[in-house]
Design a binder for this molecule. Structure first.
Ligand code: NOJ
Length: 544
Protein backbone atom coordinates (compact mmCIF):
# COMPACT_ATOMS: atom_id res chain seq x y z
CA UNK A 1 0.00 0.00 0.00
CA UNK A 2 1.53 3.36 -0.96
CA UNK A 3 1.51 6.07 1.63
CA UNK A 4 -1.26 8.64 1.37
CA UNK A 5 0.37 12.06 1.72
CA UNK A 6 -1.87 14.59 3.43
CA UNK A 7 -1.76 18.16 2.18
CA UNK A 8 -0.53 20.13 5.20
CA UNK A 9 -2.04 23.33 3.86
CA UNK A 10 -5.48 21.84 3.98
CA UNK A 11 -7.56 22.73 7.01
CA UNK A 12 -7.81 19.90 9.51
CA UNK A 13 -5.30 17.67 7.65
CA UNK A 14 -4.29 16.35 11.04
CA UNK A 15 -7.64 14.66 11.65
CA UNK A 16 -6.68 11.69 9.47
CA UNK A 17 -3.01 11.85 10.38
CA UNK A 18 -0.76 9.83 12.66
CA UNK A 19 1.88 11.67 14.66
CA UNK A 20 5.11 10.27 16.03
CA UNK A 21 6.92 11.63 19.05
CA UNK A 22 10.71 11.76 19.01
CA UNK A 23 12.71 12.19 22.17
CA UNK A 24 15.89 13.33 20.44
CA UNK A 25 18.23 12.45 23.26
CA UNK A 26 17.37 8.78 22.86
CA UNK A 27 16.57 8.37 19.18
CA UNK A 28 19.79 8.07 17.18
CA UNK A 29 23.31 9.26 17.90
CA UNK A 30 25.61 9.95 14.94
CA UNK A 31 28.65 11.35 16.76
CA UNK A 32 29.44 8.75 19.42
CA UNK A 33 28.55 11.21 22.19
CA UNK A 34 26.01 8.81 23.67
CA UNK A 35 23.23 11.33 23.06
CA UNK A 36 20.96 11.36 20.02
CA UNK A 37 21.09 14.25 17.55
CA UNK A 38 19.31 15.88 14.62
CA UNK A 39 21.44 14.14 12.03
CA UNK A 40 20.39 10.89 13.67
CA UNK A 41 16.74 11.73 13.10
CA UNK A 42 17.56 12.62 9.52
CA UNK A 43 19.16 9.22 9.05
CA UNK A 44 15.96 7.51 10.22
CA UNK A 45 13.44 9.38 8.09
CA UNK A 46 13.11 6.43 5.73
CA UNK A 47 12.09 4.27 8.67
CA UNK A 48 9.44 6.80 9.68
CA UNK A 49 8.21 7.11 6.14
CA UNK A 50 7.81 3.36 6.01
CA UNK A 51 5.74 3.46 9.17
CA UNK A 52 3.51 5.97 7.40
CA UNK A 53 3.42 8.78 9.92
CA UNK A 54 2.50 12.31 8.84
CA UNK A 55 4.17 14.46 11.45
CA UNK A 56 6.84 14.35 14.13
CA UNK A 57 6.40 15.90 17.54
CA UNK A 58 10.01 16.75 18.20
CA UNK A 59 10.72 17.18 21.91
CA UNK A 60 12.74 20.33 22.68
CA UNK A 61 15.96 20.74 20.74
CA UNK A 62 16.43 24.44 21.53
CA UNK A 63 19.43 25.68 23.48
CA UNK A 64 19.20 24.45 27.04
CA UNK A 65 21.31 23.66 30.11
CA UNK A 66 19.43 20.30 30.04
CA UNK A 67 18.35 20.34 33.67
CA UNK A 68 15.04 18.87 32.50
CA UNK A 69 16.27 17.38 29.22
CA UNK A 70 15.54 20.44 27.14
CA UNK A 71 12.30 21.53 28.83
CA UNK A 72 14.41 24.32 30.30
CA UNK A 73 15.02 26.49 27.22
CA UNK A 74 17.68 29.18 27.32
CA UNK A 75 17.23 30.33 23.72
CA UNK A 76 14.01 29.60 21.84
CA UNK A 77 15.59 30.59 18.53
CA UNK A 78 18.68 28.42 18.59
CA UNK A 79 19.51 24.71 18.58
CA UNK A 80 21.35 23.10 21.46
CA UNK A 81 24.85 22.08 20.31
CA UNK A 82 24.33 18.55 21.71
CA UNK A 83 21.74 18.11 18.95
CA UNK A 84 23.52 19.96 16.12
CA UNK A 85 22.94 23.31 14.46
CA UNK A 86 20.14 25.39 13.01
CA UNK A 87 21.36 24.28 9.59
CA UNK A 88 20.77 20.64 10.63
CA UNK A 89 17.30 21.59 11.75
CA UNK A 90 16.55 23.28 8.43
CA UNK A 91 17.73 20.20 6.55
CA UNK A 92 15.60 18.00 8.76
CA UNK A 93 12.48 20.13 8.14
CA UNK A 94 13.11 20.08 4.39
CA UNK A 95 13.93 16.37 4.13
CA UNK A 96 11.02 15.34 6.31
CA UNK A 97 8.79 17.57 4.18
CA UNK A 98 9.87 15.70 1.04
CA UNK A 99 8.54 12.54 2.64
CA UNK A 100 5.24 14.15 3.57
CA UNK A 101 6.25 14.47 7.21
CA UNK A 102 5.73 17.75 9.05
CA UNK A 103 7.69 18.77 12.14
CA UNK A 104 6.08 20.07 15.32
CA UNK A 105 8.41 22.07 17.51
CA UNK A 106 7.92 21.58 21.24
CA UNK A 107 7.80 24.92 23.05
CA UNK A 108 7.71 25.64 26.75
CA UNK A 109 5.65 28.81 26.74
CA UNK A 110 4.99 28.42 30.45
CA UNK A 111 8.59 28.82 31.59
CA UNK A 112 12.13 29.39 30.42
CA UNK A 113 15.46 28.26 31.72
CA UNK A 114 16.98 30.36 34.47
CA UNK A 115 19.87 30.73 32.00
CA UNK A 116 17.66 32.51 29.47
CA UNK A 117 18.74 36.07 28.70
CA UNK A 118 15.38 37.34 29.98
CA UNK A 119 15.83 35.76 33.38
CA UNK A 120 19.45 36.79 33.70
CA UNK A 121 18.35 40.37 32.99
CA UNK A 122 15.39 39.99 35.35
CA UNK A 123 17.77 39.12 38.17
CA UNK A 124 19.69 42.38 37.74
CA UNK A 125 17.11 44.70 39.30
CA UNK A 126 13.44 45.20 39.93
CA UNK A 127 13.46 47.98 37.29
CA UNK A 128 14.99 45.90 34.58
CA UNK A 129 12.63 45.75 31.57
CA UNK A 130 12.71 41.95 31.72
CA UNK A 131 11.99 41.70 35.42
CA UNK A 132 8.25 41.58 34.85
CA UNK A 133 8.61 38.71 32.36
CA UNK A 134 8.62 36.49 35.47
CA UNK A 135 6.49 36.23 38.60
CA UNK A 136 7.85 37.81 41.80
CA UNK A 137 6.67 38.38 45.33
CA UNK A 138 8.44 40.46 47.97
CA UNK A 139 9.72 38.90 51.19
CA UNK A 140 12.61 38.69 53.59
CA UNK A 141 13.56 35.16 52.65
CA UNK A 142 12.32 33.49 55.78
CA UNK A 143 8.95 32.19 54.55
CA UNK A 144 7.86 31.74 50.94
CA UNK A 145 4.74 33.65 49.81
CA UNK A 146 2.67 30.47 50.22
CA UNK A 147 2.99 26.70 50.54
CA UNK A 148 2.69 25.85 46.84
CA UNK A 149 4.87 22.92 45.78
CA UNK A 150 6.85 22.51 42.58
CA UNK A 151 6.09 19.50 40.40
CA UNK A 152 9.60 18.11 40.85
CA UNK A 153 9.60 18.55 44.61
CA UNK A 154 10.29 21.40 47.02
CA UNK A 155 8.65 24.81 47.22
CA UNK A 156 7.36 26.54 44.08
CA UNK A 157 9.13 29.71 45.26
CA UNK A 158 12.84 30.46 45.24
CA UNK A 159 14.33 33.45 47.00
CA UNK A 160 16.73 35.93 45.40
CA UNK A 161 18.36 37.81 48.30
CA UNK A 162 19.80 40.58 46.06
CA UNK A 163 16.26 41.55 45.04
CA UNK A 164 14.49 40.74 48.29
CA UNK A 165 12.02 38.75 46.20
CA UNK A 166 10.81 35.23 45.52
CA UNK A 167 10.20 33.95 42.00
CA UNK A 168 7.60 31.39 41.09
CA UNK A 169 8.37 28.08 39.35
CA UNK A 170 5.94 25.20 38.90
CA UNK A 171 8.77 22.87 37.89
CA UNK A 172 12.48 22.94 38.76
CA UNK A 173 14.21 25.92 40.38
CA UNK A 174 15.94 26.34 37.01
CA UNK A 175 12.56 26.68 35.21
CA UNK A 176 11.11 30.06 36.28
CA UNK A 177 7.50 30.60 35.19
CA UNK A 178 6.83 33.29 32.62
CA UNK A 179 4.39 36.08 33.40
CA UNK A 180 1.71 35.93 30.73
CA UNK A 181 0.02 39.02 32.15
CA UNK A 182 2.83 41.02 30.57
CA UNK A 183 1.88 41.88 26.95
CA UNK A 184 5.51 42.42 25.89
CA UNK A 185 6.38 38.89 26.97
CA UNK A 186 3.45 37.52 25.01
CA UNK A 187 4.53 39.47 21.92
CA UNK A 188 8.05 38.02 22.20
CA UNK A 189 6.61 34.51 22.35
CA UNK A 190 4.37 35.02 19.31
CA UNK A 191 7.25 36.51 17.31
CA UNK A 192 9.38 33.53 18.23
CA UNK A 193 6.64 31.16 17.07
CA UNK A 194 6.44 33.01 13.78
CA UNK A 195 10.20 32.62 13.46
CA UNK A 196 9.63 28.86 13.57
CA UNK A 197 6.69 29.04 11.21
CA UNK A 198 8.96 30.86 8.74
CA UNK A 199 11.35 27.93 8.97
CA UNK A 200 8.56 25.73 7.65
CA UNK A 201 7.46 23.78 10.69
CA UNK A 202 4.01 22.21 10.54
CA UNK A 203 3.06 23.38 14.01
CA UNK A 204 3.70 23.20 17.72
CA UNK A 205 3.37 20.99 20.74
CA UNK A 206 2.76 23.35 23.62
CA UNK A 207 4.13 22.22 26.94
CA UNK A 208 1.80 22.48 29.99
CA UNK A 209 -0.15 25.12 28.11
CA UNK A 210 -3.13 25.11 30.46
CA UNK A 211 -0.80 26.40 33.18
CA UNK A 212 0.23 29.70 31.56
CA UNK A 213 -2.57 31.81 33.05
CA UNK A 214 -1.76 31.19 36.67
CA UNK A 215 -2.66 33.18 39.72
CA UNK A 216 -0.26 32.00 42.43
CA UNK A 217 -1.79 34.17 45.13
CA UNK A 218 -5.00 32.20 44.75
CA UNK A 219 -2.98 29.01 44.19
CA UNK A 220 -4.41 28.69 40.69
CA UNK A 221 -2.08 27.07 38.19
CA UNK A 222 -4.20 25.22 35.60
CA UNK A 223 -7.15 26.76 33.76
CA UNK A 224 -6.58 30.25 35.13
CA UNK A 225 -9.07 33.06 34.53
CA UNK A 226 -7.38 34.53 31.43
CA UNK A 227 -6.55 31.24 29.75
CA UNK A 228 -9.05 31.41 26.88
CA UNK A 229 -8.21 35.02 26.22
CA UNK A 230 -4.53 34.02 25.89
CA UNK A 231 -5.32 31.02 23.69
CA UNK A 232 -7.38 33.16 21.35
CA UNK A 233 -4.62 35.74 21.11
CA UNK A 234 -2.04 33.00 20.57
CA UNK A 235 -4.17 31.58 17.81
CA UNK A 236 -4.63 34.95 16.11
CA UNK A 237 -1.03 36.04 16.44
CA UNK A 238 0.87 32.85 15.85
CA UNK A 239 -1.21 29.81 14.94
CA UNK A 240 -3.62 31.13 12.38
CA UNK A 241 -1.26 30.55 9.47
CA UNK A 242 -2.99 28.11 7.23
CA UNK A 243 -2.62 24.55 8.33
CA UNK A 244 -0.43 25.13 11.42
CA UNK A 245 -1.36 22.49 13.93
CA UNK A 246 -1.16 22.93 17.68
CA UNK A 247 -1.46 20.37 20.39
CA UNK A 248 -1.60 21.61 23.92
CA UNK A 249 -0.59 19.57 26.92
CA UNK A 250 -3.44 20.04 29.40
CA UNK A 251 -3.37 17.90 32.53
CA UNK A 252 -6.26 19.91 33.92
CA UNK A 253 -8.62 19.43 30.96
CA UNK A 254 -12.03 17.85 31.27
CA UNK A 255 -14.24 17.34 28.21
CA UNK A 256 -16.03 20.63 28.77
CA UNK A 257 -12.80 22.61 28.78
CA UNK A 258 -11.27 20.55 25.99
CA UNK A 259 -14.24 21.49 23.79
CA UNK A 260 -13.25 25.12 24.13
CA UNK A 261 -9.51 24.53 23.73
CA UNK A 262 -10.06 22.53 20.54
CA UNK A 263 -13.13 24.33 19.16
CA UNK A 264 -13.64 23.36 15.51
CA UNK A 265 -13.55 27.01 14.38
CA UNK A 266 -9.81 27.00 15.19
CA UNK A 267 -10.14 29.96 17.56
CA UNK A 268 -7.92 28.31 20.18
CA UNK A 269 -5.83 25.16 19.63
CA UNK A 270 -6.18 22.22 17.24
CA UNK A 271 -6.32 19.57 19.96
CA UNK A 272 -5.20 18.72 23.45
CA UNK A 273 -3.36 16.04 25.30
CA UNK A 274 -5.56 15.22 28.26
CA UNK A 275 -4.56 12.62 30.82
CA UNK A 276 -7.69 11.36 32.50
CA UNK A 277 -7.21 7.78 31.27
CA UNK A 278 -3.56 7.86 32.27
CA UNK A 279 -4.40 8.65 35.88
CA UNK A 280 -6.84 5.77 36.44
CA UNK A 281 -4.31 3.37 37.90
CA UNK A 282 -3.26 5.52 40.80
CA UNK A 283 -4.82 5.73 44.25
CA UNK A 284 -7.56 8.30 44.51
CA UNK A 285 -6.21 11.52 45.96
CA UNK A 286 -2.66 10.21 45.46
CA UNK A 287 0.03 10.90 42.92
CA UNK A 288 1.16 8.77 40.00
CA UNK A 289 3.61 7.05 42.35
CA UNK A 290 0.77 5.71 44.48
CA UNK A 291 0.08 2.61 42.44
CA UNK A 292 -3.37 1.03 42.10
CA UNK A 293 -4.75 -1.63 39.74
CA UNK A 294 -6.57 -0.49 36.61
CA UNK A 295 -10.31 -1.13 36.47
CA UNK A 296 -11.27 -1.89 32.87
CA UNK A 297 -14.89 -0.67 33.27
CA UNK A 298 -13.57 2.67 34.53
CA UNK A 299 -11.16 2.94 31.62
CA UNK A 300 -13.98 2.23 29.18
CA UNK A 301 -16.24 4.79 30.80
CA UNK A 302 -13.48 7.38 30.63
CA UNK A 303 -12.92 6.84 26.90
CA UNK A 304 -16.66 6.73 26.23
CA UNK A 305 -17.15 10.10 27.85
CA UNK A 306 -14.32 11.75 25.93
CA UNK A 307 -15.29 10.14 22.64
CA UNK A 308 -18.93 11.16 22.92
CA UNK A 309 -18.56 14.54 24.55
CA UNK A 310 -16.03 15.83 22.02
CA UNK A 311 -17.86 14.39 19.03
CA UNK A 312 -18.46 17.19 16.52
CA UNK A 313 -17.50 19.84 19.08
CA UNK A 314 -13.77 19.38 19.66
CA UNK A 315 -10.84 17.15 18.85
CA UNK A 316 -8.77 14.84 20.99
CA UNK A 317 -5.38 13.27 20.68
CA UNK A 318 -5.05 9.52 21.25
CA UNK A 319 -2.07 8.29 23.21
CA UNK A 320 -0.89 5.86 25.83
CA UNK A 321 2.77 6.76 25.79
CA UNK A 322 5.06 9.72 25.79
CA UNK A 323 8.46 10.63 27.25
CA UNK A 324 6.87 11.20 30.67
CA UNK A 325 4.94 7.94 30.92
CA UNK A 326 5.92 4.32 31.41
CA UNK A 327 5.72 1.95 28.45
CA UNK A 328 2.12 0.88 27.91
CA UNK A 329 2.87 -2.76 27.13
CA UNK A 330 4.51 -3.07 30.57
CA UNK A 331 1.80 -1.03 32.23
CA UNK A 332 -1.50 -2.40 30.88
CA UNK A 333 -0.37 -5.24 28.64
CA UNK A 334 1.96 -8.18 29.16
CA UNK A 335 5.62 -7.50 28.48
CA UNK A 336 6.43 -11.22 28.82
CA UNK A 337 4.89 -14.06 26.82
CA UNK A 338 2.14 -12.00 25.20
CA UNK A 339 4.17 -8.87 24.53
CA UNK A 340 3.46 -8.82 20.81
CA UNK A 341 -0.24 -9.66 21.10
CA UNK A 342 -0.89 -7.21 23.91
CA UNK A 343 1.04 -4.40 22.20
CA UNK A 344 -1.11 -4.91 19.11
CA UNK A 345 -4.31 -5.09 21.15
CA UNK A 346 -3.55 -1.81 22.89
CA UNK A 347 -2.82 -0.16 19.55
CA UNK A 348 -6.08 -1.47 18.08
CA UNK A 349 -8.14 -0.26 21.01
CA UNK A 350 -6.70 3.23 20.76
CA UNK A 351 -6.38 3.73 17.00
CA UNK A 352 -9.98 2.63 16.44
CA UNK A 353 -11.17 5.77 18.22
CA UNK A 354 -11.74 9.29 17.01
CA UNK A 355 -8.77 11.59 17.43
CA UNK A 356 -5.20 11.97 16.26
CA UNK A 357 -2.94 9.14 17.42
CA UNK A 358 0.49 9.98 18.81
CA UNK A 359 2.93 7.09 18.74
CA UNK A 360 5.91 7.45 21.02
CA UNK A 361 9.24 6.22 19.64
CA UNK A 362 9.63 2.50 20.20
CA UNK A 363 5.92 1.99 20.94
CA UNK A 364 5.59 0.76 17.35
CA UNK A 365 8.06 -1.99 18.30
CA UNK A 366 6.35 -2.82 21.59
CA UNK A 367 9.29 -1.50 23.65
CA UNK A 368 9.05 -2.17 27.39
CA UNK A 369 9.96 -0.59 30.72
CA UNK A 370 13.48 -1.07 32.06
CA UNK A 371 14.56 -2.16 35.53
CA UNK A 372 17.34 0.10 36.82
CA UNK A 373 19.09 0.65 40.13
CA UNK A 374 18.71 4.05 41.78
CA UNK A 375 22.15 5.30 40.73
CA UNK A 376 21.37 4.54 37.08
CA UNK A 377 18.33 6.83 36.95
CA UNK A 378 18.90 10.22 35.33
CA UNK A 379 15.54 11.89 35.69
CA UNK A 380 15.45 14.60 38.33
CA UNK A 381 11.83 13.77 39.07
CA UNK A 382 12.63 10.19 40.15
CA UNK A 383 15.77 11.21 42.02
CA UNK A 384 13.95 13.97 43.90
CA UNK A 385 11.11 11.60 44.70
CA UNK A 386 13.46 9.06 46.23
CA UNK A 387 15.10 11.72 48.35
CA UNK A 388 11.83 13.29 49.49
CA UNK A 389 9.87 10.13 50.17
CA UNK A 390 12.64 8.29 52.03
CA UNK A 391 13.17 11.43 54.15
CA UNK A 392 9.44 11.31 54.95
CA UNK A 393 9.81 7.74 56.19
CA UNK A 394 8.59 5.75 53.16
CA UNK A 395 10.13 2.31 52.74
CA UNK A 396 12.92 2.69 50.11
CA UNK A 397 11.81 -0.59 48.47
CA UNK A 398 8.32 0.82 47.96
CA UNK A 399 9.69 4.03 46.50
CA UNK A 400 11.85 2.02 44.08
CA UNK A 401 8.80 -0.02 43.11
CA UNK A 402 6.98 3.19 42.21
CA UNK A 403 9.94 4.57 40.28
CA UNK A 404 10.33 1.34 38.34
CA UNK A 405 6.62 1.32 37.50
CA UNK A 406 6.12 5.01 36.76
CA UNK A 407 9.49 6.73 36.39
CA UNK A 408 9.99 8.74 33.22
CA UNK A 409 13.29 7.03 32.37
CA UNK A 410 11.29 3.93 31.40
CA UNK A 411 10.30 5.70 28.22
CA UNK A 412 13.61 7.43 27.70
CA UNK A 413 15.92 4.46 27.20
CA UNK A 414 17.59 4.49 23.79
CA UNK A 415 15.64 3.45 20.72
CA UNK A 416 16.29 -0.19 19.86
CA UNK A 417 17.38 -0.28 16.23
CA UNK A 418 19.36 -3.52 16.08
CA UNK A 419 20.41 -6.55 18.12
CA UNK A 420 23.99 -5.23 18.07
CA UNK A 421 25.98 -3.23 20.55
CA UNK A 422 23.95 -0.48 22.23
CA UNK A 423 21.08 -1.48 19.97
CA UNK A 424 22.61 0.53 17.13
CA UNK A 425 21.79 3.74 19.00
CA UNK A 426 25.35 4.92 19.62
CA UNK A 427 28.95 3.87 19.20
CA UNK A 428 29.73 5.62 22.48
CA UNK A 429 28.36 5.18 25.98
CA UNK A 430 24.59 5.76 25.98
CA UNK A 431 23.45 8.51 28.35
CA UNK A 432 20.88 6.07 29.78
CA UNK A 433 21.25 2.26 29.68
CA UNK A 434 19.92 0.41 26.67
CA UNK A 435 17.30 -2.23 27.50
CA UNK A 436 18.85 -5.71 27.35
CA UNK A 437 15.85 -7.00 25.43
CA UNK A 438 17.11 -5.21 22.31
CA UNK A 439 18.74 -8.56 21.45
CA UNK A 440 15.34 -9.75 20.25
CA UNK A 441 13.25 -6.58 20.38
CA UNK A 442 14.55 -4.18 17.74
CA UNK A 443 13.52 -2.36 14.58
CA UNK A 444 15.68 -4.43 12.25
CA UNK A 445 14.05 -7.68 13.35
CA UNK A 446 10.56 -6.20 13.23
CA UNK A 447 10.99 -4.73 9.76
CA UNK A 448 11.89 -8.19 8.53
CA UNK A 449 8.90 -9.88 10.18
CA UNK A 450 5.57 -9.15 8.46
CA UNK A 451 3.75 -10.19 11.64
CA UNK A 452 5.61 -7.75 13.91
CA UNK A 453 4.20 -4.97 16.05
CA UNK A 454 5.83 -2.48 13.65
CA UNK A 455 3.92 -3.77 10.64
CA UNK A 456 0.72 -3.87 12.64
CA UNK A 457 1.08 -0.15 13.48
CA UNK A 458 1.92 0.55 9.83
CA UNK A 459 -1.30 -1.14 8.75
CA UNK A 460 -3.37 0.65 11.38
CA UNK A 461 -2.02 4.03 10.27
CA UNK A 462 -2.82 3.23 6.65
CA UNK A 463 -6.34 2.02 7.48
CA UNK A 464 -7.14 5.25 9.26
CA UNK A 465 -6.52 7.14 6.04
CA UNK A 466 -8.36 4.67 3.89
CA UNK A 467 -11.61 4.49 5.86
CA UNK A 468 -13.35 7.73 6.78
CA UNK A 469 -15.24 6.01 9.58
CA UNK A 470 -12.08 6.21 11.72
CA UNK A 471 -12.24 10.00 11.50
CA UNK A 472 -15.98 10.55 11.41
CA UNK A 473 -17.77 7.64 13.05
CA UNK A 474 -19.92 8.05 16.14
CA UNK A 475 -18.70 6.05 19.12
CA UNK A 476 -20.87 3.55 21.01
CA UNK A 477 -19.45 1.51 23.86
CA UNK A 478 -20.52 -2.13 24.09
CA UNK A 479 -20.55 -4.27 27.26
CA UNK A 480 -19.48 -1.44 29.62
CA UNK A 481 -19.28 -3.66 32.70
CA UNK A 482 -17.39 -6.57 31.15
CA UNK A 483 -14.12 -6.89 33.14
CA UNK A 484 -12.15 -8.33 30.18
CA UNK A 485 -13.53 -7.09 26.89
CA UNK A 486 -13.22 -3.56 25.50
CA UNK A 487 -15.54 -3.35 22.50
CA UNK A 488 -17.12 -0.43 20.68
CA UNK A 489 -18.64 0.51 17.37
CA UNK A 490 -18.06 3.53 15.17
CA UNK A 491 -20.80 4.48 12.73
CA UNK A 492 -21.45 6.92 9.95
CA UNK A 493 -24.45 6.78 7.63
CA UNK A 494 -22.30 4.94 5.12
CA UNK A 495 -20.07 2.65 7.15
CA UNK A 496 -19.90 0.67 10.35
CA UNK A 497 -16.93 -0.56 12.29
CA UNK A 498 -16.61 -2.81 15.32
CA UNK A 499 -13.48 -2.87 17.48
CA UNK A 500 -13.21 -5.86 19.83
CA UNK A 501 -10.34 -6.24 22.25
CA UNK A 502 -9.64 -8.80 24.91
CA UNK A 503 -7.96 -6.64 27.52
CA UNK A 504 -6.69 -9.64 29.46
CA UNK A 505 -4.36 -12.61 29.33
CA UNK A 506 -7.22 -15.10 29.71
CA UNK A 507 -9.76 -16.28 27.14
CA UNK A 508 -12.88 -14.13 27.04
CA UNK A 509 -16.42 -14.59 25.79
CA UNK A 510 -17.89 -12.09 23.36
CA UNK A 511 -20.96 -12.49 21.23
CA UNK A 512 -20.62 -10.82 17.91
CA UNK A 513 -23.47 -8.39 17.12
CA UNK A 514 -25.67 -9.74 14.33
CA UNK A 515 -24.81 -6.89 11.94
CA UNK A 516 -21.14 -7.88 11.98
CA UNK A 517 -21.58 -11.64 11.42
CA UNK A 518 -20.47 -11.35 7.80
CA UNK A 519 -18.35 -8.24 8.10
CA UNK A 520 -14.89 -7.83 6.64
CA UNK A 521 -11.90 -8.03 9.00
CA UNK A 522 -9.77 -4.93 8.52
CA UNK A 523 -7.04 -6.00 10.93
CA UNK A 524 -6.54 -8.64 13.63
CA UNK A 525 -3.70 -9.82 15.82
CA UNK A 526 -4.56 -13.54 15.55
CA UNK A 527 -5.52 -15.61 12.53
CA UNK A 528 -8.96 -17.25 12.33
CA UNK A 529 -12.12 -16.34 14.25
CA UNK A 530 -12.95 -18.83 17.01
CA UNK A 531 -15.96 -18.31 19.30
CA UNK A 532 -13.96 -17.01 22.24
CA UNK A 533 -11.35 -14.29 22.24
CA UNK A 534 -7.82 -15.52 22.84
CA UNK A 535 -5.45 -13.76 25.29
CA UNK A 536 -5.11 -10.09 24.25
CA UNK A 537 -6.93 -10.76 20.99
CA UNK A 538 -8.01 -7.72 18.97
CA UNK A 539 -9.84 -7.26 15.73
CA UNK A 540 -11.57 -4.57 13.71
CA UNK A 541 -14.59 -5.56 11.61
CA UNK A 542 -16.20 -3.40 8.95
CA UNK A 543 -19.28 -3.31 6.79
CA UNK A 544 -21.11 -0.74 4.70
C1 NOJ B 1 5.84 18.46 30.49
C2 NOJ B 1 6.93 17.76 29.76
O1 NOJ B 1 6.39 16.75 28.96
C3 NOJ B 1 7.90 17.26 30.81
O2 NOJ B 1 8.84 16.37 30.28
C4 NOJ B 1 8.52 18.45 31.46
O3 NOJ B 1 9.36 18.03 32.51
C5 NOJ B 1 7.47 19.40 32.04
N1 NOJ B 1 6.37 19.62 31.15
C6 NOJ B 1 8.07 20.74 32.34
O4 NOJ B 1 8.40 21.41 31.15
Amino acid sequence: MTKVILDKHKRDWWKSAAFYEIYPKSFQDTTGSGTGDLKGILSRLDYLEKLGIDAIWLCPVCASPQVDNGYDISDFRDIDPIYGTMADMEVLIAEAGKRGIGILVDLTLNHSSSEHFWFREALKSRDNPYHDYYIWRDGDGSVPPNDMRAAFGGSAWTYVPELGQWYFHQFAVEQPDLNWDNPRLRRELYDMMNFWADKGVAGFRLDVIDQIAKDPDRKITANGPRLHEFFRELSREALSREGLVSVGEAWGADPERARLYSAPDGSELSMVFQFEHICLDQQSGGEKWDLAPLSLPRLKECFRRWQQELYGTGWNSLFFNNHDLPRIVSRWGDDGVYRTQSAKMLATMLHGMQGTPFIYQGEELGMTNIRLELEQYQDLESLNLFRERTAQGYDPQDVMRSIRARGRDNARTPMQWTAGENAGFTTGTPWLPVNENHRFLNAEAELADPDSVFHYYRRLIALRKQYDVFRDGRFTLLCPEDPQVFAYTRDTDAAHMLVVCNFSGAEAAFSLPEAFRHAETLIANYPGEPDTLRPWEARILYHE
